[in-house]
Design a protein. Structure first.
Length: 322
């Protein structure tokens, strides 16, 4: 069974082809260069770029797999959450293609896509497990007691984790996306030199907060601390905060298997510290951690038997709880 998956939820145009649950093609046209000079994603520019790219990218993906559109058995696209204008491009394209080919259409929740991406190399994993999704747009910690059931334990109260890395990087005069830049600069700094408090100390729950950290970075810069030392301290505190919440959730639920996904999952100290906490970790394979279309096809492969009533009638949604 061939499934085409499309994701245009933010600034990447993602198209993937999955055959019987295995990723065959994963093409992502990144818009990073387009948004770089604004220091973040400009929604209107993202939508316009998706429109330019989507059809060509689907053709390229089909060519790469040696397929024609008529060989597709099912079309899936991200329904939400995301930037509504951006979402609409891929979602409407997917519906149109499904309608034209007379194939079923499967709307996919973006976060469910991230979760199934992390399971791509671990098909043997069964719930219950914890799922941490930390990207430029989301910081969510779910308890997954059974397939298709997602209990939100906590989310960010303000900025997403990746957004915090991006904003701190911008303050430090680094490029976008900020995560890899901060990680690189932090390697040259001494975190012990900069006083920067950890967020939400004393909380018992599973919420995250990153906006105070961003302000603290601005203060530290004003006070004349070296950018490398600030980057090192910022990363130490941000990563420590995530690790603290995840380990608390693991203790609370008694679950030690944690699936970690989203762009921030690429952070090396984060991986190392979660590992050191004795958790059994699952990361998506390379290329599937950040936004992509293959993860949407993977989620559709796992969920298409849910038999949604009239999926074509479901609208795209910027805000969509899982
Ligand atoms: O999953 P993703 O592509 O989704 C969004 O577009 O939101 O994640 C991108 C985010 C960016 O905010 C980026 O700064 C962050 O993930 N990121 C990192 C690292 N690599 C990417 N954050 C921390 N450390 C990294 N190594
Ligand atoms: Zn995402």
């Amino acid at each position: 069974m061939w499934i085409l998956g499309i994701d245009t939820s933010c600034d990447d145009t993602g198209v993937g082809l999955v055959r019987d649950g295995a990723v065959v093609v994963n093409r992502v046209a990144s818009q990073t260069l387009l948004h770089q000079r604004y220091g973040g994603v400009v929604p209107e520019l993202a939508s316009r770029e998706h429109i330019q790219l989507i059809d060509g990218l689907v053709q390229q993906a089909l060519d790469e797999a040696g397929l024609k559109a008529a060989d597709l058995d099912l079309i899936a696209a991200t329904r939400g959450p995301g930037l509504i204008g951006a979402l609409l491009v891929g979602y409407t394209y997917g519906k149109g293609l499904a309608f034209a080919l007379g194939r079923p259409f499967v709307p996919v929740h973006h976060l469910e896509g991230h979760i199934y991406a992390a399971l791509a190399e671990h098909p043997e994993v069964e719930p219950p497990f914890l799922a941490l999704i930390a990207s430029g747009g989301h910081t969510h910690l779910f308890e997954v007691p059974a397939w298709g059931t997602y209990r939100l334990l906590g989310a960010t109260l303000d900025d997403a984790a990746g957004e915090a890395f991006d904003k701190a990087a911008r303050l430090l005069g680094l490029g976008y996306p900020g995560g890899p830049e901060i990680e690189r600069l932090a390697g040259q700094g001494d975190p012990g030199k900069v006083p920067l408090a950890a967020p939400l100390q004393g909380q018992e729950g599973f919420a995250f907060s990153f906006s105070g950290l961003k302000t603290a970075v601005a203060r530290a810069l004003e006070k004349g601390y070296a950018p490398a030392d600030i980057a090192a301290r910022f990363q130490q505190v941000a990563v420590g905060h995530i690790v603290q919440v995840v380990t608390r959730a693991a203790r609370h639920t008694g679950l030690s298997t944690v699936l970690v996904t989203g762009g921030v999952a690429q952070n090396t100290p984060l991986k190392a510290q979660l590992q050191a906490a004795g958790l059994r970790l699952m990361f998506p394979p390379r290329g599937l951690a950040t936004d992509n279309g293959a993860m949407i096809a993977l989620a559709a492969w796992r969920t298409h038997t849910r038999n949604l009533h009239n999926p074509m009638a479901l609208p795209a949604a910027a805000y969509l709880p899982l």
